[in-house]
Design a protein around this ligand. Sequence first.
Ligand code: NI
Length: 177
Amino acid sequence: MAILPIVLFPDPVLLEPTKPVGEIDDEIRQLVSDMEETMYAAPGVGLAANQVGVGKRLCLVNVTAGDDPSQLMVLIDPVIHERSSQTEVGEEGCLSFPDVLIDVHRSLTIEVEATDLEGNRRRWTEEGFTARVIQHEVEHLDGKVFIGNISPLKREMIKRKIKKRIEAGDWESAPVS
Ligand code: NI
């Protein structure tokens, strides 16, 4: 396993839709293993492949941020079929936006379909925080980022702050200890 560098906004790989994975081969298994180590080291509760520079439709979620590795979900070629009209506001961060926290409305319940690392395709329901994280990660795979969910005014404010931080050399992934 290896810790991979995390790509930061506004890198173009974060803003382009990813390509389907299809068949799961050794290269994908290696990528998943490296992404798992990278996510726990960050630490984060979710990581999309394009956040490590790979434009493939694959993401990892572990709402325990690695405290319990058995909670790992590998979502290959995920699709969100249903989103409840009932939403919830929650504070979100993103490993591609160091130290940026924003309130985002997300559907409380979703129905998701994805393939696991063993190649099993299934469809199930998630709610609450897990549903939030999956929505955030699938959004990455669609080439979108979480600041797309807030008002244009707030978004421009955040983008201006980020621009200043980039210019000041203060826009780097959190050091991994
Ligand atoms: Ni993110």
